[in-house]
Unconditional design. Structure first.
Lengths: 303, 300, 429
C-alpha cells in the first residue's frame, strides 16, 4: 500500500469515510442496538418499587412472538395501505397534472401558482395538521360554518371513515408541491424541439403531453413515487397530532404510532424494538424492490 | 438516463432565466388556467387562515370563525416575544442553527460521497451505495431512542451536536449527489486534471465541487427544510428549553396538560413566524432549482 | 470543499470535546451547587428566581417542558442514560411508574419532617404507603362542577346535587337550548375519568404483601361508565374530546354550559373563554347519593428528586421550600394558578381573594377548601401510563363504534393486567 497505485486505490475509501463513519455511528449502531433490545425485556421482582426492583433480562424471541401475533400491528398496516392507496394516486396524479399545466402553453398565472402550490412544503407536518384541524372542526371552521349557512349542515370530517380523507388531505396538501416541482424541472429540461415537430404536425397540447412529455418524465415520476411510498409507509406525525381532536384515531392507528406508543407512552422499548424490526424488515422488502427498479432506470446508462 | 432535475440535453432552447416557456401565449386557455388556480387556492387557503388567525386576540380566536382579520397581530407578536423573556426568538435562532449547520455538513458529505460513488471504480462501490440508500427506509422513530442512549454514553445529549450529528447523513442527499456528479462532472475533465498532475483532493474540492454546486445547493435546501421541520429528534435529544428548535418549542406551548389552557394564539402566531424564514428561503430555492441547476447541467 | 470538510470536522470534534467537558452538574469544587429542574408550571421560574436570589450556594435552573405523559417518558429515557435532571415535576399518578423505574430518589432522610405540612391523603401519595418519601406534594386537584350561572338562571336551573339531578339538568338543557350541552364526555382525558371513579369509591390498585391487586373494572368504575353511557346514548351530553379548539369555541359561545373539572378550572376557563369572565360559578361535584360529600382528584403534582442527582440533600431542601414556604406558594398560586398542597397555603393570603375569573363568587376558595377535604384516597399502580392509554383507545372506539362503555372499562383492566404480568409483577385480583 506504500506505492502510488495503492494510494490511488485507497482514495475512494478515504473520500467515503465521513459518510461511512456517520452511517455506522448513527444508523448501523442504533439498528444493532435496537436488534439487541428486541431480544431483551424487563423483569420486575416483588412490587417493583424502589431501587433494583427491575432487571433487564434475555427474552429470546418472545417480543417477536408478541409483535407478530399482535393483530393491532397488522390492522395498523392495513390502515396505512388504505391511506396510501388513496393518497399516492391522488398526490402523484395532481403533481403530474400541475407540472404539465405549468409547462403547457397559453396557461396563465403560472409563476403565482407554482409558488402557491409549493408553499405548503415549507410548513412542518405538526403545524400543518394543527391548521387543518382548525379547518375540520365544526365550530371553528369557516368552511363548516359556510356549509351550515347554506343549509347543508355540519359534516363530521373526522369520523371513523372520513378520518382517512382528513389525513390524506393533509398529506396531499403538503406533498403535491414538492413532487410537482421535481416533475416540472424535469419537463423544463426537455429540449423544446422534441415537440416542435409534433406541433407542426398539428398535435394538440393534450396529445403532446400524453404521448411525448409523460413518457419522457417517467423516471422522475418513478423517483417521486418511490420516495412518496416510503414517506407514506412512515406516516406518523399527522395522525399523532390530529388524535387529541377526535375519537377516531387510536394510539396504534399506524404501525409507527404503535411503536411510538409502546416505546414512549408505555415505556416498553423492548417490544417496541421488536415491532420496529418487523416493520422495518417489511418496509425494506417492499421498497427495496422498487428502489431496485428505480436504480436500474436511473443508472442504466452509467456503467 | 433522464434523471431527476438534472438532464443533459444537447441544448435547452428555453433560457434558464425566463421562467415561462418561450412561445408567447396568444390566447389564454381558460380551463387549464382555472385548474391551476384551483390548486393554488387550495394550497394557499390554510396559509391564509393562519395569517388571519394570527391577527386575532385570544378571545376572538374562538368567538369569531371567519376569514375576517382583526387587529391584534402586533399584540400577539409582542406577547410571543415577551413570553419567557423572548425564548421564542431563541428557538428560531436554534432552528436556524440546527438546519443551517446540519444542512451545510450534509451537503458537503453527500457531495463528496456522491462524487466518489459516481466517478471512481472500486470494489464494494455498489454495495456501499445500496446499503446507504437503504438507510432511507429506516424510520426515525426506530432510531431515536437508540441514538439517544448511544449519544448519552459520550455525554452529548442535550447539546447542539446531539441534533446536528444525526442530521448530517442523508441517503436521499447522497443519492441526488451521485446523480448530479454523474451528469455534471465529465470524466474527460477529471482525466485531464489528473494528467496535469492535480491531486485527487484538489480535483474533488475545486473542479467537481464547482460543477456540482447547483446540486449541492439543492441538497442543502432539501436538508434545511427537513431539519427545520423535524420534531422527534430534538424532542428526544434536547431537554434544555433554551436549546429547543421551533417545532419542539411550539409543541410545549400547545401541550400544557389538563390544568392549563393551550396557548393557541401564541402557537398560531409562532407558526406563522416560523414559516416566514422558509418562505424567504424558498424564493431562493425556486431560483436555484431552475436557473443554476439547469445551467450547471448545460455546462456539462 | 475538502478543506472546508476538514475544518467542519475539526470544529465539531472541538465542540464535542468542549461539550463533553462543560456538561457537568456543578458543585464539584468551591462553586455553588447547581441543580436542574424540569417542570411545565407556567412562571415557576419566578419562584426559582426568588430562591436563587436568597440562596447563592444552591442555584436552580428551570427548563420548561411539555406537560404530562411526555415528560414522564423523557425523564425515564434520560434516567436510563444517567442524564436525568436533579428535580422533576411529577403528577401523582406517575409517581409509582417513576419509582418503579428507579428514577426517583428516596428523600425520607431529609424530608420526613415536613409530613405535617400536608393532608394525610396527599402525603400518602408521595410515600406510596411505604416508609420512603419520593416527592414533595405541590398542588392537588379536587374535582368540582363549573357552570354558566347566567344560562342556568335563564333556564331556571340550579346546580345539581346528585348525579341523578345532573342527568335531569342535562336533559332540560337539551330541551330548552337544543344547540347546547351541559357537558361533554371526553375519551381523551383519562385523568378526568379516574377522578370520577375515585368519587364513586373505585380502587384500581392496591398492595397486599408482595402482590399488586388490580381491579380497574370494579363495581364503582363500571357504575360511572354506565352512567355516562346513558347520557351519551340519549344525547344528553356531547361525546367529543375536551381541550380542542372545538371545545374552546363551545365554551365561548355557550354551546357547552358546564364543566365537571377540578380546582384549577378557572385558569383553563380564563385562558380558553376570556370573554365569559364573571358568568361562571363553581359548585361541589354532584353526589351518588343525597347528603354525601365526596370528591375525587383530577391532576395535582409534586416535586421529585432523581436518583441521578449528586445533590439530593440540596435538591430536597429546594423542593421543600418550593412547596411549603409562604413566599413560594404565593408565587405558585398567583402566577402558576395552582391550588397548593400544603395545608398552610390553603388558608394563606394568596387564596384570600377568589380567582379573577370568578370575582363574583367571593367564597370560592373557602368552598374549594371544604371540597378538598372530602377527596377520596387512591392508590396508583406502577403502569398508569398504560391504563391511561388504554382508556383513550377503548373509550374512543366505544364512542365511534357504539359499543358498551363497560366493555371499554374491562379493556382498560385487561390491558393493564397483561402489561403488569408481562413485566413480571405479581398480580392478583
Amino acid at each position: 500500500m506504500r506505492t502510488a497505485r495503492g494510494r490511488r486505490a485507497a482514495i475512494p475509501y478515504a473520500f467515503l469515510s465521513p459518510a461511512i463513519v456517520l452511517f455506522v455511528l448513527f444508523l448501523l449502531l442504533p439498528i444493532g442496538y435496537t436488534a439487541y433490545l428486541s431480544l431483551r425485556k424487563v423483569q420486575v421482582s416483588g412490587l417493583g418499587l424502589g431501587a433494583g426492583a427491575r432487571r433487564e433480562v434475555f427474552a429470546g424471541l418472545e417480543n417477536y412472538r408478541v409483535a407478530v401475533g399482535d393483530s393491532d400491528l397488522w390492522w395498523g398496516m392495513v390502515r396505512v395501505l388504505v391511506y396510501g392507496g388513496i393518497l399516492l394516486p391522488a398526490m402523484l396524479g395532481l403533481a403530474l397534472l400541475f407540472a404539465l399545466l405549468l409547462d403547457a402553453r397559453r396557461v396563465g398565472a403560472r409563476r403565482f401558482s407554482r409558488l402557491a402550490i409549493f408553499l405548503p412544503y415549507a410548513v412542518p407536518g405538526v403545524i400543518a395538521t394543527l391548521l387543518w384541524g382548525f379547518l375540520y372542526l365544526p365550530q371553528v371552521s369557516p368552511f363548516q360554518r359556510a356549509l351550515r349557512e347554506l343549509g347543508v349542515g355540519t359534516v363530521d370530517l373526522m369520523g371513523p371513515t372520513t378520518i382517512y380523507g382528513a389525513l390524506v388531505n393533509i398529506a396531499l396538501w403538503g406533498g403535491v408541491g414538492f413532487n410537482m416541482i421535481v416533475i416540472y424541472t424535469t419537463l423544463r429540461a426537455i429540449p423544446a424541439e422534441l415537440y416542435e415537430s409534433a406541433r407542426i404536425d398539428g398535435a394538440s397540447e393534450t396529445q403532446i403531453a400524453l404521448r411525448i412529455k409523460i413518457p419522457l418524465v417517467t423516471p422522475a415520476i418513478i423517483l417521486t413515487s418511490v420516495f412518496s411510498i416510503i414517506a407514506t409507509l412512515q406516516v406518523f406525525s399527522e395522525p399523532t397530532t390530529l388524535s387529541p381532536l377526535t375519537n377516531s384515531i387510536p394510539s396504534d392507528f399506524t404501525p409507527l404510532m404503535k411503536i411510538y406508543r409502546d416505546a414512549f407512552a408505555r415505556n416498553d422499548i423492548y417490544s417496541a424494538a421488536a415491532s420496529s424490526i418487523v416493520v422495518a424488515a417489511l418496509t425494506l422488502t417492499v421498497s427495496f424492490g422498487l428502489l431496485w427498479v428505480l436504480q436500474k432506470r436511473a443508472f442504466g446508462q452509467e456503467r | 438516463m433522464s434523471t431527476l432535475m438534472v438532464n443533459a440535453p444537447p441544448a435547452d432552447s428555453r433560457t434558464a432565466a425566463s421562467p415561462a416557456p418561450a412561445a408567447p401565449p396568444r390566447r389564454l386557455a381558460v380551463l387549464p388556467t382555472l385548474a391551476l388556480l384551483a390548486g393554488a387556492v387550495y394550497c394557499l387557503l390554510p396559509v391564509m387562515w393562519v395569517v388571519v388567525a394570527s391577527t386575532k386576540s385570544g378571545a376572538e380566536l374562538f368567538a369569531t370563525s371567519t376569514f375576517v382579520p382583526s387587529t391584534a397581530l402586533f399584540d400577539n407578536v409582542s406577547e410571543l416575544s415577551a413570553y419567557r423573556d423572548g425564548v421564542f426568538w431563541k428557538w428560531m435562532l436554534n432552528s436556524a442553527l440546527y438546519a443551517g449547520g446540519g444542512a451545510l455538513a450534509s451537503a458537503l458529505v453527500s457531495g463528496l460521497t456522491g462524487y466518489t460513488l459516481a466517478k471512481f471504480r472500486f470494489p464494494g462501490r455498489s454495495v456501499i451505495f445500496n446499503i446507504m440508500l437503504a438507510g432511507v427506509l429506516v424510520p426515525q422513530i426506530v432510531l431515536a431512542i437508540p441514538q439517544y442512549l448511544l449519544l448519552a454514553r459520550v455525554e452529548l445529549t442535550n447539546t447542539y451536536l446531539a441534533v446536528l450529528l444525526p442530521s448530517i447523513l442523508s441517503p436521499y442527499g447522497i443519492y441526488l449527489a451521485r446523480i448530479f456528479a454523474a451528469a455534471a462532472v465529465p470524466d474527460t475533465l477529471i482525466e485531464a486534471a489528473r494528467t496535469d498532475g492535480a491531486g485527487e483532493l484538489r480535483i474533488a474540492g475545486s473542479i467537481a465541487a464547482r460543477l456540482m454546486l447547483p446540486g449541492l445547493v439543492t441538497i442543502f435546501l432539501l436538508q434545511f427544510v427537513g431539519i427545520w421541520n423535524n420534531f422527534l429528534l430534538p424532542f428526544i435529544m434536547i431537554s434544555d428549553d433554551e436549546k429547543f428548535p421551533l417545532t419542539v418549542g411550539l409543541y410545549t406551548l400547545l401541550n400544557q396538560g389538563a390544568t392549563l389552557p393551550a396557548l393557541y394564539t401564541l402557537v398560531i402566531t409562532g407558526s406563522l413566524l416560523s414559516i416566514v424564514p422558509l418562505i424567504v428561503l424558498f424564493l431562493y430555492l425556486q431560483r436555484y432549482w431552475r436557473a443554476d441547476l439547469l445551467s450547471g447541467a448545460v455546462k456539462a | 470543499m475538502t478543506r472546508k470538510l476538514a475544518a467542519t470536522a475539526a470544529l465539531m470534534l472541538g465542540a464535542a470535546l468542549v461539550g463533553g467537558c462543560t456538561d457537568d452538574d456543578g458543585g464539584d469544587g468551591d462553586g455553588p451547587v447547581e441543580l436542574t429542574f424540569w417542570s411545565w408550571v407556567p412562571n415557576i421560574e419566578l419562584a426559582v428566581d426568588a430562591w436563587n436570589a436568597a440562596n447563592p450556594d444552591i442555584q436552580v435552573t428551570v427548563s420548561e417542558q411539555a406537560a404530562g405523559d411526555d415528560l414522564v417518558t423523557l425523564v425515564i429515557t434520560a434516567a436510563g442514560a444517567d442524564e436525568a435532571p436533579d428535580l422533576v415535576q411529577v403528577e401523582y399518578q406517575a409517581l409509582p411508574t417513576l419509582v418503579s423505574n428507579d428514577v426517583l430518589a428516596d428523600i425520607s432522610e431529609y424530608a420526613s419532617g415536613v409530613s405535617d405540612e400536608f393532608a394525610e391523603g396527599l402525603w400518602q401519595q408521595v410515600t406510596l404507603g411505604t416508609d420512603a418519601v419520593y416527592a414533595i406534594p405541590q398542588d392537588s386537584g379536587p374535582m368540582m362542577f363549573y357552570y354558566r350561572a347566567d344560562i342556568f338562571e335563564e333556564l331556571s336551573l340550579t346546580p345539581p346535587a346528585t348525579w341523578e339531578e345532573f342527568a335531569e339538568t342535562a336533559r332540560t338543557v337539551r330541551e330548552e337550548r337544543p344547540e347546547s350541552y351541559l357537558m361533554t364526555f371526553s375519551a381523551t382525558d383519562p385523568g378526568w375519568f379516574a377522578g370520577l371513579s375515585q368519587q364513586a369509591g373505585a380502587s384500581w390498585w392496591n398492595v397486599s404483601g408482595d402482590a399488586w391487586n388490580v381491579s380497574i373494572n370494579d363495581p364503582a368504575t363500571l357504575r360511572v361508565a354506565e352512567y355516562w353511557q346513558g347520557l351519551v346514548d340519549q344525547d344528553l351530553v356531547d361525546d367529543q374530546p375536551m381541550y380542542t379548539p372545538e371545545w374552546n369555541a363551545a365554551l365561548n359561545d355557550g354551546t357547552q354550559i358546564g364543566w365537571v373539572s377540578a380546582v384549577w378550572g378557572p385558569g383553563v376557563l380564563a385562558g380558553n373563554a376570556a370573554d365569559t369572565a364573571g358568568r361562571w360559578r363553581m359548585a361541589p361535584l354532584p353526589q351518588w347519593s343525597e347528603g354525601e360529600h365526596v370528591t375525587g382528584n383530577w391532576g395535582g403534582s409534586s416535586t421529585g428528586v432523581t436518583t441521578d442527582s449528586e445533590h439530593v440533600e440540596a435538591a430536597t431542601e429546594f423542593a421543600i421550600w418550593l412547596n411549603t414556604s409562604p413566599e413560594a406558594i404565593e408565587i405558585l398560586v398567583r402566577e402558576g394558578g395552582l391550588y397548593p398542597a400544603a395545608t398552610s397555603g390553603q388558608t394563606g393570603p394568596a387564596l384570600a381573594e377568589p380567582p379573577a375569573f370568578f370575582s363574583e363568587q367571593t367564597d370560592f376558595y373557602e368552598l374549594a377548601s371544604e371540597i378538598a377535604d372530602t377527596a377520596a384516597g387512591f392508590t396508583w399502580g406502577p403502569n398508569v401510563n398504560v391504563t391511561y392509554d388504554a382508556y383513550r383507545d377503548a373509550f374512543g372506539a366505544a364512542i365511534t363504534d357504539g359499543t358498551p362503555f363497560t366493555d371499554a372499562v374491562n379493556q382498560m383492566h385487561q390491558t393493564t393486567v397483561e402489561d403488569m404480568q408481562r413485566q413480571g409483577f405479581t398480580v392478583t385480583g
